[in-house]
Design a protein around this ligand. Structure first.
Ligand code: ASP
Length: 439
């Protein structure tokens, strides 16, 4: 659909009547914003509750036969105050009472949680004077609880082609029996992406409480610059950093359909935010990086064996050992006679000694060393590919900061360089890399 923007608002953008006002002014300032996907009300300040959390809590109370009236009251109060402050002509107590009754009668956790978006959708539709379309009608899950892309596309296309403007609550859909199924937490992002892809929208806007992605974590780097444009591939490489802004699964539907995502800030709509574009964009920032992100809590298992490169099936044996223990690895840099496994500690949990023993038994390495407390840092940028001297800048910055690099891995697209450093050097390393490229 031409000139059609799918606009998703996150929980903090719809947490109070004041936020609803901002949302209305954003939506009405561009007539292309035809389809709006709301989350449930989020926190108004750091001590507040998210409505979704309260709904899950109600469901948990019922399961353990504990009264949930007090918790539900908080939910009622939030919605009632929004409706009252904005003088919206809707009797929100009617759906609230039904939901309370359903939860009391043992409705599923997915149903309970989804009602946060459902109620917010009803209110927002009335406030914007848009049609309300229940996501349960158009977002289809199959029997196993997985999302059905084909059926959804047909339903969304058909239903939305008949309306000019609509509000469709995020986070849930229904299976063919009509039972509500929710996405994982933060899933309204996914709903917005699915709707944008299904109708081939001109843009998917994702409004939140930050002005897009920053080049580095602001808790580590002082005042990092915002990223104006990033490709889908770069975002995947920086997923350590992006996960808190956008649900990981929200990328795929729009990426496949060639639709861009604009991350915007409801509280600062004039900021350009970050535009996520396809992977064949012109490289204008030659030799520059797009961002640097990393994570702690990795272990490196370094394996050495003479003539490893000519021993058939060596790596396969290592990987089947990991598979048999249900462990997925993060990276596997290798040399001619060495290979290292970089594995998140959460994956290794109580299995480290057993895995090491098994590698010794099946692969007879000359040596196997385990390095705990590692951090992995990804320096990412489409401008790095085919540019000379990028690695030199990066490694001299680390050397100058006196940081020992334990592991290096360059992605095959030449778009990212991963380094492994001691956890205690993590913050220092991120700062050194950022400063080297963004003076
Ligand atoms: N309200 C849901 C959650 O808190 C979904 C969302 O906000 O996207 O996870």
């Amino acid at each position: 659909m031409k000139n059609t923007i799918v606009t998703k608002f996150g929980g903090s953008s719809l947490a109070s009547s004041e936020q609803f006002r901002k949302v209305k002014s954003i939506v009405t300032s561009n007539k292309d914003r035809r389809f709006v996907v709301p989350s449930a009300p989020g926190k108004r300040d750091s001590k507040d509750y998210k409505i979704t959390d309260l709904l899950y809590l109600c469901n948990a109370h019922v399961k353990t036969s504990i009264p949930f009236d007090d918790v539900f009251k908080l939910i009622e109060e939030r919605y009632c105050s929004i409706v009252r402050d904005l003088s919206i002509d809707i009797d929100i107590n009617i759906p609230l009472e039904k939901i309370k009754e359903d939860i009391k009668n043992g409705a599923s956790a997915d149903y309970a949680a989804s009602r946060g978006e459902y109620l917010n959708g009803l209110i927002l539709a009335k406030y914007l004077e848009y049609e309300f379309i229940d996501a349960a009608e158009i977002i289809v899950f199959n029997e196993g609880g997985t999302y059905d892309q084909e059926k959804t596309k047909i339903k969304v296309e058909e239903r939305l082609s008949k309306v000019k403007n609509a509000v469709i609550p995020g986070f849930y859909g229904a299976n063919e029996e009509g039972e509500i199924v929710a996405f994982s937490r933060g899933g309204s992002d996914v709903t917005g992406s699915i709707i944008a892809a299904s109708i081939n929208a001109s843009l998917y806007e994702n409004w939140t409480d930050v002005s897009g992605f920053l080049m580095a974590d602001p808790r580590i780097v002082d005042n990092p610059k915002a990223i104006e444009k990033i490709t889908y591939k770069e975002l995947r490489e920086l997923s350590y950093m992006g996960a808190s802004v956008l649900h990981e699964e929200a990328i795929f539907p729009v990426r496949e359909a060639g639709i861009y995502i604009n991350i915007k800030n409801t509280n600062r709509p004039e900021d350009p935010g970050t535009l996520i574009v396809d992977d064949i964009q012109d490289v204008k920032n030659h030799g520059k990086i797009t961002g640097v992100a990393g994570r702690k809590d990795f272990t490196v298992i370094a394996i050495e064996k003479a003539l490893m490169n000519s021993e058939l099936g060596f790596t396969r044996r290592i990987l089947s050992i990991l598979e048999s223990y249900g462990i997925s690895y993060e990276n596997m840099p290798s040399g001619i006679d060495t290979v290292s496994l970089v594995i998140a500690d959460s994956q290794l949990k109580n299995k480290k000694d057993k895995v090491v023993e098994e590698i010794k038994r099946q692969c007879s390495p000359d040596s196997i060393d385990v390095y705990p407390n590692m951090a992995v840092i990804a320096t990412v940028g489409r401008g790095m590919a085919k540019a000379t001297g990028v690695a030199a800048v990066l490694f001299s910055a680390l050397a100058k900061a006196n940081i020992n690099v334990r592991m290096i891995d360059q992605g095959s697209s030449e778009m990212n360089i991963l380094v492994g450093v001691a956890t205690s050097d993590f913050e220092k390393a991120v700062n050194a890399i950022y400063a080297a490229f963004e003076k």
